[in-house]
Design a protein around this ligand. Structure first.
Ligand code: HEC
Ligand code: HEC
Ligand code: HEC
Ligand code: HEC
Ligand code: HEC
Ligand code: HEC
Length: 401
């Protein structure tokens, strides 16, 4: 068990740690696990597989972001992190529309297809490079986005990010603050300006977002949402590979990003409870199915406080890529947080499901999932959180239902 040998305890919080926001023990990644028959990490080896040795599990918890082996047909992936479970890449959903037409939601549409053949993840066959950019799909791996050496760090309270300087002494993902002598890692060790991997000539332009996640982030959200507080740079970071889908109104993407909600839309978000119910208020309005960027905050203490708040947005908070998408994978096409293709998210008070068609469920709405799979896709929320016939969550801001 190489895993156990290289893990240490984080003195500050007692959690098992490996990276601590920066460079972990070199042989945790560069060494071969004893007796595994695997070779040490060499250029050309599938890097995602190195990460998945620790980050995948049959019953994933904490930082494990992939259910492996891939769950069989009818069984949903089990990791419920903000980024989402990569095993959705192995899920092909088939169904027949009401008119009898066969429909499919292929696995490769459900996430960033990180290449890791040993885990059943292959390059995207349709999108051969990042839409709106040029990142080649054959080279997409965990280290396309995460710096394996955790060199990007936050060095002061105003969110200055560098890739060298004061040593990284803690994770930057949970609200630890940099001091005059010590830095913290970037949020989720995400890579920043100037970063590139060996497999491509592609270089990043934007620094990682300043953001804070709660410690307990891999869990069902029926009783409480897992709230990541996204601050400065969250809208821009994805543009490192999707530059053409940028920002403002009239951009190449179907939706603006990095744009402030303004008074009227913030008010709609705060009042919107579900289809037909606009009786909500700001203090309880937040849902992690439709998160937003908290202004341009760079103070991690302020962001940490937001992780335990249920409040909806202020006028200067922003719509961002992760409002609609997950970073890794989801149960839906285009890695969306909810099904943006169907008309309804619930049917007569229950989730749609291939096993509930005789109860009036529309097969198109179910998108090839059983009711139980659909519930997990909604991060284990009970359907009673929504209206009897809940419309798309675009309405959280637009209230066109
Ligand atoms: C979390 C896994 C991980 C850990 C821990 C790790 N490495 Fe790496 N390292 C990688 C990966 C993946 C690559 C290949 C990066 C690429 O494809 O561009 C790499 C590449 C390298 C390279 C060659 C490319 C370069 O950036 O110059 C060196 C040298 C290196 N690592 C040294 C180290 C040392 C020294 C340590 C311990 C202090 C370490 N690594 C810890 C994953 C890791
Ligand atoms: C030897 C086991 C091991 C390997 C190999 C490993 N990780 Fe981790 N990783 C962990 C553990 C344990 C944690 C949670 C504690 C921590 O952050 O140190 C973690 C946490 C993380 C986090 C969240 C860190 C934070 O501060 O928010 C990221 C991102 C991550 N790993 C990415 C990677 C990537 C990318 C690779 C491959 C290049 C990799 N890991 C390889 C064990 C590992
Ligand atoms: C396309 C970029 C991208 C790729 C590829 C990617 N990640 Fe991430 N990852 C992110 C972002 C962005 C977040 C933060 C998500 C959030 O908080 O909403 C994240 C979050 C995480 C976390 C924290 C838990 C979570 O899911 O929120 C871990 C651990 C992690 N990534 C590991 C990995 C590993 C291991 C791989 C490869 C198997 C990988 N990532 C591939 C962008 C990426
Ligand atoms: C390192 C480059 C890179 C970064 C950074 C990156 N992506 Fe991607 N993205 C890709 C590539 C390559 C593809 C096409 C291959 C694939 O989908 O697996 C892609 C595809 C997508 C798709 C289409 C998925 C589908 O199959 O329909 C979405 C949506 C997406 N990315 C959203 C995001 C968001 C949101 C972020 C920021 C959290 C982000 N990307 C950051 C490289 C990147
Ligand atoms: C308001 C919700 C929303 C926001 C905000 C948003 N997207 Fe999307 N995105 C979608 C939906 C819905 C689709 C699928 C519809 C489609 O295929 O056009 C999609 C599709 C995509 C695709 C796949 C396009 C293709 O050609 O297959 C990519 C890549 C993507 N988004 C990236 C991004 C990035 C990067 C950002 C931030 C700059 C972003 N999105 C912001 C909702 C959103
Ligand atoms: C977090 C809030 C939020 C969510 C959720 C959201 N939007 Fe928007 N939407 C905005 C903002 C902000 C604007 C820009 C308004 C402005 O500048 O006047 C906008 C603008 C638009 C526009 C006008 C586009 C343009 O270029 O002017 C359309 C159409 C739209 N949204 C559709 C959607 C759809 C479809 C969804 C769901 C996939 C969605 N929105 C989800 C906040 C949101």
């Amino acid at each position: 068990m190489t895993l156990l040998l290289v893990l240490t305890m984080n003195a500050a919080n007692g959690n098992a740690a490996f990276h601590n926001g920066g460079t972990g023990a070199c042989d945790g990644c560069h060494g071969a696990p004893a007796g595994s028959g695997l070779s040490a990490l060499q250029p050309g080896t599938s890097t995602s597989e190195i990460c998945l040795r620790c980050h995948a599990a049959a019953r994933p918890e904490d930082c494990q972001v992939a259910t492996s082996p891939a769950p069989p047909r009818g069984v949903p992936p089990a990791s419920l992190t903000p980024g989402g479970d990569f095993a959705y890449l192995t899920k092909q959903y088939y169904w027949s529309e009401v008119n009898g037409e066969r429909a499919v939601s292929p696995g490769e549409r459900h996430g960033h297809n990180i290449v890791a053949p040993a885990y059943g993840y292959f390059p995207d066959t349709t999108l051969t490079s990042s839409p709106g950019g040029t990142y080649p799909s054959y080279a997409l791996s965990c280290v396309s986005c995460h710096d394996p050496h955790g060199n990007y760090r936050v060095i002061d309270g105003s969110g200055t990010i560098t890739d060298s300087g004061n040593p990284v002494t803690d994770s930057g993902s949970y609200g630890a603050t940099p001091s005059a002598t010590d830095a913290v890692g970037s949020y989720r060790m995400l890579a920043g300006s100037g970063y590139g991997t060996k497999g491509t000539s592609h270089n990043f332009v934007y620094d990682p977002p300043i953001a804070v996640a709660p410690r307990d982030y891999n869990r069902g959200e029926n009783s409480a949402d897992t709230r990541v507080a996204y601050g400065k740079g969250s809208s821009e970071w994805c543009l490192n590979c999707h530059g053409g889908m940028s920002s403002g109104k009239g951009g190449a993407h179907l939706h603006p990003s990095g744009v402030a909600l303004g008074d009227a839309m913030a008010r709609t978000y705060n009042r919107y409870v579900k289809s037909g119910d606009l009786s909500g208020n700001e203090s309880t309005a937040f849902t992690s199915l439709v998160p937003f960027q908290s202004g341009d905050l760079t103070d991690v203490r302020q962001l940490a406080a937001i992780t335990t708040s249920h409040s909806g947005p202020k006028a200067d908070d922003k719509v961002m890529c992760l409002t609609c998408h997950r970073a890794h994978a989801s149960a839906f096409d285009a890695i969306t947080r909810w099904n943006t293709k169907g008309t309804v998210l619930t049917v007569n008070g229950g989730y749609p499901g291939t096993d509930a068609v005789n109860q009036g469920s529309d097969p198109g709405a179910a998108g090839g999932k059983t009711r139980a799979e659909y519930r997990v896709a909604m991060y284990d929320r009970d359907p009673s959180h929504f209206a009897r016939f809940q419309r798309s969550l675009c309405n959280k801001c637009h209230a066109k239902d």
